[in-house]
Ligand binder design. Structure first.
Ligand SMILES: [Zn+2]
Length: 143
């Protein structure tokens, strides 16, 4: 099922961990609506960088979120975030491009220099930009 021109429900709900441990990762209708919002933002990002966007994690059921060690309040559990990379760009370059363009987000997090977490808000977006690395925890900005 298509959520937007370039993104499908399958890619935004696929979880290797869910498959490996046989965990339920079927989204509710509410989550699907949220994933459509995420897909719309991913289209904007795709247009900004003019490259395909790869999603490594979108929706995570509570069971899947626990299995991957996600935060207890993770927006992934509401289908409001995606972890992404862009072909031919470092995660840092991708995060900079998102930050410096008119993409509306709640949280933009450069995670371990390996992927970029883009989270949307239920209400007012915080426009928060963070970096997380092993050993440091969360730091303000792209550092
Ligand atoms: Zn994430």
């Amino acid at each position: 099922m298509k959520l937007s021109t370039h993104f499908t429900l399958e890619e935004l709900t696929f979880s290797e961990t869910a498959a490996r441990h046989n965990l339920d990762n079927v989204p509710s209708q509410k989550v699907i609506e949220n994933l459509k919002r995420v897909a719309t933002v991913l289209e904007q990002i795709r247009a900004v960088v003019n490259r395909p966007i790869m999603v490594s994690s979108g929706y995570r059921s509570p069971a899947v979120n626990r299995a991957v060690g996600g935060s207890m309040s993770s927006a992934h559990m509401q289908g409001l975030s995606a972890d992404i990379r862009a072909a031919g760009m470092t995660p840092r370059e991708l995060a900079e491009a998102i930050k410096h363009n008119a993409v509306k987000f709640d949280q933009l997090i450069l995670e371990f220099d390996r992927w970029v977490h883009v989270g949307l808000a239920v209400d007012e977006p915080r426009n928060q930009v963070l970096t997380i690395r092993f050993g440091t925890g969360y730091m303000q900005g792209l550092v």
